[in-house]
Design a protein around this ligand. Structure first.
Ligand SMILES: [Fe+2]
Length: 176
């Protein structure tokens, strides 16, 4: 069944506790959305990928992330949260890592996620998302975190240190 953006968000609003990852991925797959539906949530920052909160409910936050060519996330985990992503425009490169005792994280898989693709990660999964497309090719992704990802572990390729990072405080939601 196809879900409009509003119907999709209403389905998320109905959850009171963590949304199981499979259900989140299934809902993201049913979503029918165009960039034009996202209005001011499609907004970029030349200094780094930009996170635009569109809605939160008792169990989740939904954000539109906007990436210029060359912008990338940290290498991070998803401790305590289900995290579903749908690529809305462009191609997301997702690099998955694993920990090594006493050393930096090791890349184990690189996938190019085209428009329409769903990615699902949670808890101890470690990955990095990037827009590695040619100059001028933007990437827009929709992320749902349940519960909201307040603290994440950030990893290094060069040493075993893990840094715990608070996610930046969100501006008021755009309420599309
Ligand atoms: Fe992630």
């Amino acid at each position: 069944m196809a879900l409009s953006l509003e119907a999709f968000l209403e389905r998320l609003d109905a959850y009171c506790s963590r949304i199981p990852l499979e259900e989140l991925a299934d809902l993201l797959g049913q979503l029918q959305v165009e960039l034009a539906d996202l209005g001011g949530a499609v907004a970029f920052d030349p200094g780094g990928y930009r996170r635009n909160l569109i809605r939160h409910g008792p169990a989740y936050e939904a954000l539109v992330l906007c990436w210029r060519s060359g912008q990338r996330s940290t290498i991070h985990d998803h401790r305590g949260s289900s995290c579903g992503v749908r690529v809305l425009a462009g191609t997301a490169t997702e690099t998955t890592y694993r920990r090594q005792p006493g050393a930096g994280v090791l890349p184990v898989r690189v996938l190019n996620r085209r428009t329409g693709t769903i990615c699902a990660t949670q808890d101890e999964d470690i990955h990095e998302m990037s827009n590695l497309a040619a100059d001028g090719r933007d990437l827009v992704t929709l992320h749902v975190y349940s519960p909201p990802l307040r603290t994440m572990g950030v990893y290094s390729r060069s040493d075993a240190n893990v840094v715990y990072v608070e996610n930046p405080h969100h501006p008021p939601e755009l309420r599309l």
